[in-house]
Every structure is written in structure tokens, then in C-alpha cells.
Design a protein around this ligand. Structure first.
Ligand code: BG6
Length: 481
């Protein structure tokens, strides 16, 4: 569907996210003819050399992403470079002039550290650049704790209403994450079983093989809890567990998500040691390559965690007594993100000894990446007229084979949603604050109880304590084959 004509201003245009994700997503949309002719992308940079240098870098990146040359040029023609220092109000004149007095929808993507959110919004307002339809997009993490998140939300709210504030979490733009709602609410089969009555436990894993990349400054201050758990993991958990919203509409979906976040049982004080594990990778091997440990990559020692595992529970009618195990880390064995739902075993086996070792519980695997899709593990009879033999087998539905359509990158969807004015896949301030309210006591507890993260070898599935966390409950992580 085409979007209305727009001017999209990207602050932090020279940064890693803009180059790796935002420009490629827009170029892809442009290639598909979704962007109206007169729309523009205004790239805000602070260094003079970027005014000439950045378009070349963008072109190079698009080329590497496989966008044909004759598609790169038309996208670059939409680009306007703006030299501006986000904290210097006097430099905003350049942006005002570049925007002119067009009535196109103005969106401002703040792809910057969160401490710049307030000055940028204030300076945009001060320079009289915001129009009655302007939107602001705030990249995660929003602040570094509840207090700073509130401060940002309050300051932004003085300038723009909630209905024009888009807090992005790109996991919500992933096809498989959106499919969670479809899977549950368009299939009678699952929703009927989606509760403590039939579900034994849930695992959510987001494992990466990358390490620090070029982000040491940010990551070592933030740590994995703020970088991944407070947003991506908690959003996955929330969408997994929500009650059916009345309709697929921003207000209805967000209301239900907030209820889930409020139902998360707090983990405080000594419970932090019992229900959470924090780790940091040491040297190891990934795909046959030796990789350095976190401290070596960083160039000095650090107590920042690069891995987190948590056993949590929701205090709600639907989910009482169902443990949800979260696990996420850098430099793990494989890039692998999956939600695994383990159903309760059948109450009584009618099959005699020798037909199978045991009747495995049904398991639903919702794979986010790679090989996105859904698998359902069922117990099946092995064909043959001899003794009855029963084994687990998978119903396997992969996106790549089930659909001809290309799976768009999350940012492609989210950027056009902003321009269309659809907030369904963005976070309300209450969600973000509620998530911080749950995360803050865990981070505080770590200072008291586990100030030093447990070591794990790069290329492994995390510290042994994370295995202990689930095995203590006589369960185990469902690692990919
Ligand atoms: C980002 C985090 O939000 O998500 C990164 O800041 C992480 O540390 C990335 O690597 C993972 O995203 P994806 O889409 O590759 O799973």
C-alpha cells in the first residue's frame, strides 16, 4: 500500500543502525514503489566530511545488500544531507531551511543515544520545525532505568502527544513476531490450549554469534539486560502471553500488553541470585574460528554481562504456575531465536512398555531466525505391522517454502507504519516504564549478589549456571540440532 508523501529526518544518520538497517529498508521500499515521488529522506550528520562521505557509504552498503545500481541512484536522489549539532539550537536553522514549508508528513527518527532525545525534541520545538502531524521515533533502549525513561517520556510528552510518539523495538516488526498473534488468534487449535491447563513451560531464546562489533562505548555501559532483555525479550514474552485484544488496533493491543507486564512477578533481593544468571563470554571458537573474550575485545576488564537467563512467572489466572525461561547472549553457539512451548504430557499412557522410551510431550517451536517458521512435535506411530512403536516427529512449516513472498526486514515495515500513522507495532510509554520497573531490581540485585558475571566460552550456550537454572526444575533447554 502506498504511503502519503513524507519527509523523514534521521538523526544519527552516520551511525551503525542507520547505515545497516534504516537506509537499506528505505531503499528497498523505494525499489518496490511504495514511497511517493516527492518524499525525501533528510540525513542529519554532525561532521562536515559526512556530508559528502555518507551518501557514498550508503551507496556502498546498498550495493553490498544486492540492490541493483539503477535502483541505488533514484534512492540517493531522495537524500538531503543536513549538517547539525543536536545539542546546539542555533544549528537547527539548516534543518528548517532544508524542510521548507511543505505539508508533507514530517517524521523525526532519533537513532541516537537516549541522552539526546530530550535536547533534540526541545530544539525541534524551539526552532519551530514541528507541524501538527509531526511524529518522533525513539530508538531503544529508552533510557537506562525507570527514572531516566520517565524523564524522557515526560519531556517528550511536553512537546508531542503520545499518539505521535513512536517507541521502536524492531523485534515487533519481524514477521514471525507478528505471526504470534495470528497463530494464537486465527487458529482455534492453539488458543484453546494456551494456558496453565495444557502448557507445562515456555522457553524464549535469543542467541547471537556476534560480539561487541563496533559498539563498545554503548554496549559496555548498557549491558545485555538493557540492550536485549528490557525490550526484545520482554516484548516477545508479552505478545506470547497476552489475552485476546478485541481487535488488531494499537490501543487494544497495547492495553493487553501492559496487563501482562504488570503480571510479571517481581524478582528482588536474594531471589535475583536464585532466578537469574548473568554471564560474560571468554575466548572460544565459533564456526571453527577462534574468537576473543569480551575483556580482550574491549581492551580491559569489565563486569558488564553479555548473557542473561531468567526464570520468571506471570501472576495471572491464565499463567499461574507456568515457568517462562528467558535466555539471551552474545557469542553463543549459533544465531538462533525461538519460542518453545512445551505442553503437558498425556495424563495416562495406554501404550504398553517397549512401544517407546516415554511419551514425549507435544512441543510447539516458533522459530524467529534463522529458518523462520513453526514446527509442532507430535508423537507418531512408526509404520509397520510388527510391535507398535511410537516416536516424536515434526510438522514443519517454514516461511521459505510455505510462501513465495519475500520476508521484509523489520525496519521496512516499521518505518512505513510510522508514516501511515499506525502505532500497533510500537510501544506505549507505560509498556516501556513497566518493563524497566521489572528489570531495575534485577540489575540492582546483581550489584549485591552477583557483581561478577559467570564466565562462558564463546561458542557455547552460556554459563553452566544457566543450565542449572532450568535443570533444577527437572527440565532442559531445547537447543537446535
Ligand atoms: C539490537 C541490539 O536491538 O538487536 C543488538 O542492540 C542486537 O545488540 C540486535 O545485536 C539483534 O537484532 P536481530 O534483528 O539481529 O536479532
Amino acid at each position: 500500500t502506498p504511503v502519503p508523501p513524507f519527509d523523514l529526518v534521521i538523526f544519527g544518520a552516520g551511525g551503525d543502525l542507520a547505515l545497516r538497517k534504516l537506509f537499506p529498508a528505505l531503499a528497498q521500499r523505494n525499489r518496490e514503489g511504495v514511497l511517493p515521488g516527492e518524499s525525501r529522506v533528510l540525513a542529519v550528520v554532525r561532521k562536515e566530511e559526512d556530508v559528502e562521505g555518507l551518501p557514498k557509504q550508503i551507496a556502498q552498503r546498498l550495493h553490498e545488500d544486492g540492490i541493483p545500481k539503477d535502483q541505488i541512484e533514484p534512492f540517493l536522489r531522495r537524500l538531503t544531507m543536513v549538517l547539525l549539532d543536536a545539542v546546539k539550537p542555533e544549528t537547527y536553522k539548516a534543518l528548517k531551511t532544508a524542510l521548507g514549508d511543505s505539508d508533507r508528513v514530517r517524521s523525526f527518527y532519533l537513532s541516537t543515544p537516549p541522552d539526546l532525545f530530550i535536547p533534540i525534541c526541545e530544539n525541534l520545538a524551539g526552532a519551530d520545525i514541528l507541524t501538527p502531524t509531526s511524529r518522533v521515533i525513539l530508538e531503544k533502549p529508552l533510557g537506562r532505568d525507570l527514572a531516566s525513561a520517565r524523564q524522557i517520556n515526560d519531556a517528550v510528552a511536553r512537546i508531542l502527544p503520545e499518539s505521535r510518539t513512536y517507541r521502536i523495538d524492531h523485534y515487533l516488526g519481524k514477521e514471525t513476531v507478528q505471526n504470534l498473534l495470528v497463530l494464537r488468534f486465527a487458529n482455534t487449535l492453539f488458543e484453546r490450549s494456551w494456558s496453565s491447563r495444557d502448557i507445562d513451560h515456555v522457553q524464549i531464546t535469543v542467541a547471537e554469534t556476534v560480539g561487541l562489533e563496533q559498539r563498545a562505548g554503548y554496549y559496555d555501559k548498557a549491558g545485555h539486560m538493557r540492550d536485549m532483555v528490557q525490550n526484545h525479550l520482554m516484548q516477545l514474552l508479552t505478545l506470547f502471553a497476552i489475552e485476546p485484544p478485541n481487535m488488531l488496533e494499537a490501543g487494544a493491543v497495547r492495553d493487553e500488553k501492559i496487563k501482562v507486564l504488570k503480571a510479571l512477578r517481581p524478582i528482588v533481593g536474594p531471589d535475583v541470585q536464585r532466578y537469574t544468571v548473568r554471564g560474560q563470554y571468554g575466548p572460544g571458537q565459533i564456526d571453527g574460528q577462534r574468537v576473543r573474550g569480551y575483556a580482550e575485545e574491549l581492551g580491559h576488564g569489565s563486569n558488564t554481562e553479555t548473557f542473561v537467563a531468567i526464570r520468571c512467572e506471570l501472576d495471572s489466572w491464565r499463567w499461574a504456575g507456568v515457568p517462562i525461561y528467558l535466555r539471551t547472549g552474545k557469542r553463543m553457539a549459533q544465531r538462533y531465536s525461538e519460542i518453545v512451548v512445551t505442553f503437558k504430557p498425556v495424563p495416562h499412557s495406554i501404550f504398553g512398555n517397549g512401544t517407546c522410551d516415554r511419551l514425549d510431550a507435544n512441543r510447539l517451536f516458533i522459530r524467529l531466525q534463522p529458518n523462520d517458521g513453526v514446527q509442532l512435535q507430535l508423537m507418531m506411530k512408526v509404520p509397520g505391522s510388527g510391535r507398535l512403536k511410537i516416536v516424536p516427529r515434526q510438522l514443519d512449516l517454514r516461511y521459505s517454502t510455505a510462501f513465495d513472498e519475500r520476508t521484509p526486514d523489520a525496519y521496512e515495515r516499521l518505518l512505513t507504519d510510522v508514516i501511515r500513522g499506525d502505532q500497533t507495532l510500537f510501544m506505549h510509554r507505560d509498556e516501556v516504564e513497566q518493563a524497566w520497573a521489572w528489570v531495575d531490581p534485577i540489575i540492582a540485585g546483581w550489584q549485591d549478589y552477583t557483581p561478577h558475571p559467570h564466565r562462558y566460552a564463546a561458542g557455547s550456550w552460556g554459563p553452566s549456571q544457566a543450565i542449572g537454572l532450568i535443570e533444577r526444575d527437572a527440565r532442559s533447554w531445547a537447543d537446535p540440532d
